[in-house]
Design a protein around this ligand. Structure first.
Ligand SMILES: [Zn+2]
Length: 61
């Protein structure tokens, strides 16, 4: 059960590549965690909307 904590601490922050902390892993700080969450949410939402438009366009043709 100790392996899990080692893996989490070893990963660098995906936002700024700084060493992650135990408190906010896999990010270095809560700020980077918020940034990543916002990016993922925005990207996912944009992709879903884009796909929907494309699918409709294909069907119409
Ligand atoms: Zn960071």
């Amino acid at each position: 059960m100790t392996e899990q904590s080692i893996i989490g601490v070893g990963k660098p922050c995906p936002i700024c590549k700084k060493p992650s902390t135990i408190e906010s892993r896999p990010f270095c700080s809560k700020r980077c965690k918020d940034i990543d969450l916002g990016r993922w949410f925005n990207g996912h939402y944009a992709i879903e909307t884009d796909e929907d438009v494309n699918a409709n366009d294909n069907m119409e043709m």
